[in-house]
Design a protein around this ligand. Structure first.
Ligand code: SF4
Ligand code: FES
Length: 248
């Protein structure tokens, strides 16, 4: 395949940035999208140009680093995949592909396609954990019976990889699918109930502080989420928040 790529280039956080056109040739349909980007970067390095900066780590859909907005969709045109799992067979010879960073006020661009998502980490640090206060009489987690449905729902929520596609997709740059998943994975389990009140209050407060927008139920986040995180998690977070507020 021969392709034209329109890529967002931005030297640093203060640069205005612009779209730049590139050509790549002989791209195999079996390549991943990131492998195609590697071909482009090799080409740029060989001609003495600055390679395109983009985030990646695991390249197998686990780490959530590969944040690219491809042809107007977070992680591109396929469903249930991250950019590193997106294959070039989703495109055809002669295509023009537009590649931009995830855009949200809470995810400022660092360089080219790399954005700063430490706002997610600060939300997580505000309550996305269980304190283990060992008393010497700590009960073995495996000895606590948990209904199968709760265990399954908690596990589904825990599959969120913190990629930020939900935020990038949302017209309000809302992080409620992400925070909903993180709150839910603990709220559904007895171990998570102990700190449930402070958790939801602190995580929601940090989410607001970071500048994420509110949810207006458009549902775009659920469609673009590579891990199929359900909107039910937002409803559960709202109900947890209400319960916490009533406790005062
Ligand atoms: S909810 Fe989905 S889209 Fe949002 S951060 Fe988690 S995995 Fe990514
Ligand atoms: S590089 Fe880890 S999810 Fe894409």
């Amino acid at each position: 395949m021969n392709l034209t790529l329109k890529i967002w280039r931005q030297k640093d956080a203060n640069d205005k940035g612009q779209m730049v056109d590139y050509k790549v040739t002989d791209i195999s349909e079996h390549m991943s999208f990131l492998e195609m980007m590697d071909v482009l970067n090799e080409q740029l390095i060989n001609t003495g140009e600055e390679p395109v900066a983009f985030d990646h780590d695991c390249r197998e859909g686990i780490c959530g680093m590969c944040s690219m907005y491809i042809n107007g969709e977070a992680h591109g045109p396929d469903r249930g995949v991250t950019t590193c799992q997106l294959h070039m067979r989703m495109f055809k010879d002669g295509d023009t592909i537009t590649i931009e960073p995830f855009r949200a006020a809470a995810f400022p661009v660092i360089k080219d396609l790399v954005v700063d998502r430490t706002s997610f980490e600060r939300v997580q640090q505000a309550g996305g954990f269980i304190s283990v206060n060992t008393s010497g009489n700590t009960q073995d987690g495996n000895a606590i019976p948990i209904p199968k449905k709760d265990a399954d729902d908690a596990m589904d929520a825990a599959t969120c990889i913190g990629c930020g596609a939900c935020v990038a997709t949302c017209k309000n740059s809302s992080a409620m699918l992400f925070v909903g998943a993180k709150v839910s994975q603990y709220a559904l389990l007895p171990q998570g109930r102990v700190e449930a009140t402070e958790r939801v209050q602190n995580m929601v407060a940090q989410m607001d502080l970071e500048g994420f927008g509110n949810c207006t139920n458009t549902g775009a986040c659920e469609i673009e989420c590579p891990k199929g995180i359900s909107l039910e998690n937002i409803a559960r977070m709202n109900s947890e928040f209400m319960k916490a507020s009533l406790k005062g």
